[in-house]
Each structure stands twice: as C-alpha cells, then as structure tokens.
Design a protein around this ligand. Structure first.
Ligand SMILES: Cc1ncc(COP(=O)(O)O)c(C=O)c1O
Length: 413
C-alpha cells in the first residue's frame, strides 16, 4: 500500500499524485453530493416487484409507482414458471459466448419471436439494451459515415455513438427541421438517425412519421430505441411505430427485455437480415460477453407470448393510465398530457420534488423525484409510472396520498 506522499514521481503532466489521493477525492465527491442533497439512496425491497412492494424494515408494503414493470409481468406466475422451466431444461448459463458454444435453441426461438413481433427479418440478443446500443453504431458505421442523434436520447445511445468513428450530429430534441438541415448539409456515405421511441422523463413520443419520411427522402436509415414502448404502446403493444400507425416501417429497432417484457434483463436489435448477420459476426458485446442466461431467455419468450395471449393486460394498463392521469389533473396537479404510462407531475424545484417523494413514501406510495440536471432547471418533477398490476384500490389510495402531500406544499387546493 502506498502512503500519502510516498512514491511521487515527476511526469510529463506534472508531479504524480499519491495513489491515496484518488480515494480522498472520491470521498470528497461523495461528501459534496451529500451536502447538495443529491446523493442517491437505494431502497431495499424485501420481495418481488409488483403493485405493492415490501420494504426491508417496514411493516406495510407500499404502492409501487416508480418501476418500468408496465405490464406487471415481473412477478407474474406465468413468467416465473417459464424462468424455472428454462432453468430446469437449459441450466443456469452457457459459461460461454454465443459463437463459441453459447447458443441454445431457446436463444434462436426468442430471436425469431422478436422478429415476428416487429415484422422484421431477424433479431439478435444482447445481455442488455445498453449492450445493444453499444453494439449497433460502432459495428456498422465507420469513417465516412454519419450518425444523427436526438439530444435527449438515452445514455446508452450517447455512449454507443462515442465508440464509433462515424461523424456525429446531435439534433435538437424532437426537432425534425433541425435534423433536416443537418442531413441536407452532410455528405457522408451511410447515415443512421437514432431516437428514443419514448423519452422516459416525460413519456413523450418521438415524431416517427415525420422522421421516417425525412429519412426516406434523405436516404438515411431510421433506428428507434423502443425500450419504454415495447409491450406498452400500439394496439397490440408493438411499440411507438404501431401507436403512430407505421408499424414495420422503422428500419432498425433496439429494445430491452428488462421493462414491460418480464422486467429481468436482456436487449435486442431487430431489422434487415444483413444488419443482424453482420452484428452477429462483428459486434463486440455479442462476441466477447456471455450469452443471455436461459431462465431469462425463457421468461422473456413467455412475456412476448403473453402480450398476444392476454390483451387484457394492455387494456388494464391503458385504463389505469387514463384514470390516474385524469384524477391527478382533477386534484389540481400540473400534469402533462399524453398516452404513455409515464406521468410527470411538475412541481418546480428539485428540493421540493425530493421532499415530496420522501413524504409520499412515508404515506405508503413509492414514486421518484427528479430534478436538475436530469430535467431542466425549475422543471423538477415526480415521475409517476403506471402498471397493469395496480388495482383501482391501489390507485385510489395513491391518489389520497398525492392529495395530502400536494396540499401540504400548496400545490393543490
Ligand atoms: C431508452 C432506453 N434505452 C436503453 C435502456 C437500457 O436498457 P437495459 O436496462 O436493458 O440496459 C434504457 C433503460 O433505462 C432505456 O430507457
């Protein structure tokens, strides 16, 4: 171990700091976060994800309004049984990557199911959508190519683009005219436009019809990360494109298996056959990281089947979302309009959002507060997320708590 002050050597960039300085500076960073009251704390849940969740050390379960478990499948017995069956039949894992000895019939079954779901040629699995987004750009684009990304796209898209040698353009959020200007000026060979289908801080939907038209005119491919919309939006839960009437007309879709579709983990890219085939040959998260574990593969497969077999889930999600959005607005909260089960309640200051989130938890409702810099200054919010698992009783109890806490802070009458 190196003590402070020992072993310092002069380098080109100046004297090297003792190794312990890094740990001290990390300690100082944490102290500054605590001082600014922006240090993140995790709440230990004492059971599965669901409509009401047990919290370690707390007698009564709380109503869950802050998970991406949109269809309530995370602990659905059908999904849990499929995971157990997958575990029994295919084991815990492959101890390998797909192309060496890590592909099971189960993996191909899930990939063909995803392709059929999106009406695309084929699909390729990753262990997360983070990995999928990290794989996409660097594999298929290089020098002389270009990628155009909405400025509010998910962090995994931003990092995925950083790994790629193509020219990078950032267009203003949902601003098709800004993107059009950038595309018109650009002379690159191959071009991909990438957007979140749904932006999760707002539940806001990307203008995919206009983006599709523009991409066709400009000869660019349109890629959509539909993590928050797969299983959630559209008449049959196919996602943002189906919601907007253009199902099957997006060139490339990336998504997660860790939200509506069973809530475990895993991600995918689906699109034209040559794209999927090249990703299988060359994408680094696929080549150098273990294959998706069998219990998760089996449970995601079951989740896709349930979306089709049990349309009542999607209907319940819609009803719950409409009911909660309407009643929160009636109470007097500033509720942004929309159809997605993310309902942002704008409260203004970051400290107030965090304080209200704490008070709501005390009242038995688990909802997260988000402030600057995650959302613009003065636009801090409670982000309410609805699930099909919630009963009318859960929703009414939550609304009473919102009313009490909102009145306490003068937000509602
Ligand atoms: C739009 C979007 N893309 C990707 C991800 C990452 O998904 P995963 O958890 O599968 O890595 C998320 C999750 O927060 C997301 O919201």
């Amino acid at each position: 171990m190196v003590a402070a002050g020992e072993g310092s050597q002069v380098q080109a960039g100046g004297p090297r700091a003792p190794a312990t300085d890094l740990i001290e500076s990390l300690r100082a960073e944490l102290a500054a976060l605590a001082e600014a009251r922006t240090l993140k704390h995790e709440v230990p849940l004492a059971g599965p994800q669901g409509a009401r969740v047990g919290i370690a050390g707390r007698a009564e379960p709380v109503i869950m309004l802050t998970s991406n478990n949109y269809l309530g499948l995370a602990a659905d017995p059908r999904v849990v049984e499929a995971a157990i069956d997958g575990l029994r039949r295919f084991g815990n894992g492959m101890a390998s990557v797909r192309f060496i000895c890590g592909t099971q019939t189960l993996h191909r079954e899930l990939e063909t199911t995803i392709a059929a779901f999106f009406e695309t040629d084929d699909a390729i699995l990753y262990t997360s959508c983070w990995n999928a987004n990290e794989a996409l750009f660097a594999t298929v684009l290089g020098e002389g190519d270009a990628v155009f990304s909405d400025e509010l796209n998910h962090a995994s898209i931003i990092d995925g683009i950083r790994l790629c040698k193509a020219s990078r353009y950032r267009y203003r959020h949902n601003d098709v005219a800004d993107l059009e200007r950038q595309l018109a000026e650009d002379r690159s060979r191959h071009r991909i436009v990438i957007t979140d289908g749904v932006f999760s801080m707002e539940g806001e939907i990307a203008p995919l019809v206009e983006l599709r038209d523009l991409c066709r005119r400009e000869g660019a491919l349109l890629a959509v990360d539909d993590s928050h919309a797969t299983g959630v939006l559209g008449r049959r839960g196919r996602g943002t494109a189906e919601e907007l009437g253009i199902h099957g007309e997006v060139d490339i879709v990336t998504g997660t298996l860790g939200k509506a579709l069973g809530g475990a983990a895993g991600g995918f890219i689906t699109g034209p056959q040559p794209l999927v085939d090249v990703l299988r040959q060359r994408s680094r998260p696929y080549l150098f990281s273990n294959s998706l574990p069998p219990p998760i593969t089996a449970s995601a497969l079951r989740a896709f089947q349930i979306v089709d077999e049990d349309p009542a889930l999607l209907a319940r999600l819609r009803n719950n979302t409409d009911y909660l959005r309407g009643r929160l607005a009636e109470l007097g909260f500033e509720v942004r309009p929309g159809v997605h089960p993310v309902i942002p309640l704008i409260v203004g200051e970051t400290a107030l959002a965090i304080q209200m989130s704490r008070e709501l938890l005390d009242e038995g409702v688990y909802v997260s507060g988000f402030g600057y810099p995650v959302v613009p200054q003065g636009d801090a919010r409670l982000r309410v997320q609805v699930s099909a698992a919630l009963s009318r009783d859960d929703l009414d109890s939550a609304l009473e708590a919102f009313g009490r806490v909102g009145r306490r802070h003068g937000l509602v009458a």
